[in-house]
Write a protein that binds this ligand. Structure first.
Ligand code: NAP
Length: 250
């Protein structure tokens, strides 16, 4: 069981991340709910966990900056003193643009948050989890996307490329730390009904794309969270380097 184990979920305040936090707390994990700007949303998740007898803290920090990453891990260290699980969930999209319209500034931010953030958080987690460094092992789950495979032409090839990097990170890091008690896996969500689509200027994207999804509907944050919770759990002790599509067949 996961009792008393500590889990950090980047971007845990809304959408898929919030569903992971709530599900993990229900499974006995103590949870650090990271957010970047919306403290209210993070506090709401913490309140819901506390109300059902779980243990959680809200942790501010932008994973797209080194200061943010350091602040997040310092807060986790101070509150819990150990770390057993990391979900690299924080991620951003941009409005639909062809590559010639994508600004260098957008590109730089996209890769800093989606790629560098996941790499830096993984490194800080390995420092704390590695059995070679006195840790007790652990599990990392990365949020990729089916966009990594489909490429998101005419929408956001920059985002798709950032998720392709997450796939490479997952495979490489899994092999690098397999002998240190750490498993590394990823999920590739398809179209999931969250606010990320509105943040990219397409609030109806999940509904509009439903006919193109083999299962004819978007997924829910809870359906993605269930796959992540499995990969984090002791049900998956021989699973590492895996990338699981959670996409309704998309
Ligand atoms: P969402 O609803 O937009 O929520 C994003 C979460 O990430 C929020 O908690 C947000 O916190 C946080 N966040 C954003 N930028 C951050 C930063 N720089 N540092 C720390 N936290 C940050 O997103 P979602 O749809 O749940 O997506 C979660 C992950 O799944 C992302 O990696 C996304 O790429 C991936 N994914 C989603 C879909 C989909 O259809 N929804 C499909 C494939 C993959 P604040 O509110 O404080 O900014």
């Amino acid at each position: 069981m996961s009792d008393d184990r500590v889990l950090l979920v980047t971007g845990g305040s809304r959408g898929i991340g919030a569903a992971v936090c709530l599900g993990a707390a229900g499974a006995g994990w103590r949870v650090a709910v990271n957010y970047a700007t919306n403290a209210q949303a993070a506090e709401d998740v913490v309140r819901r966990i506390s109300a059902s007898g779980g243990c959680a803290i809200a942790v501010q920090g932008d994973v797209g900056t080194e200061d943010g990453v350091q602040a997040i891990f310092a807060a986790v260290d101070a509150a819990f003193g150990s770390l057993d699980g990391l979900v690299n969930n924080a991620g951003i999209v941009g409005p639909p643009q062809r590559i010639v319209e994508i600004s260098p500034e957008r590109l730089e931010r996209m890769f800093r948050v989606n790629v560098t953030g996941a790499l830096r958080c993984s490194a800080e987690a390995v420092l704390r989890m590695s059995t070679r460094r006195g840790g007790r092992g652990g599990s990392i789950v990365n949020l990729s996307s089916v966009a990594a495979v489909l490429g998101a032409p005419e929408q956001y090839v920059d985002y798709a490329a950032s998720k392709g990097a997450i796939d490479s990170l997952t495979v490489g890091l899994a092999r690098e730390v397999a002998g240190e008690g750490i498993r590394v896996n990823a999920v590739r969500p398809g179209i999931i009904d969250t606010e990320i689509h509105a943040s990219g200027g397409l609030p109806d994207r999940a509904r509009d794309l439903s006919p193109s999804i083999p299962m004819q509907r978007p997924g829910t944050p809870g359906e993605v969270a269930d796959a992540i919770l499995y990969l984090l759990s002791d049900k998956a002790t021989y699973v590492t380097g895996a990338i699981l599509n959670v996409s309704g067949g998309r």
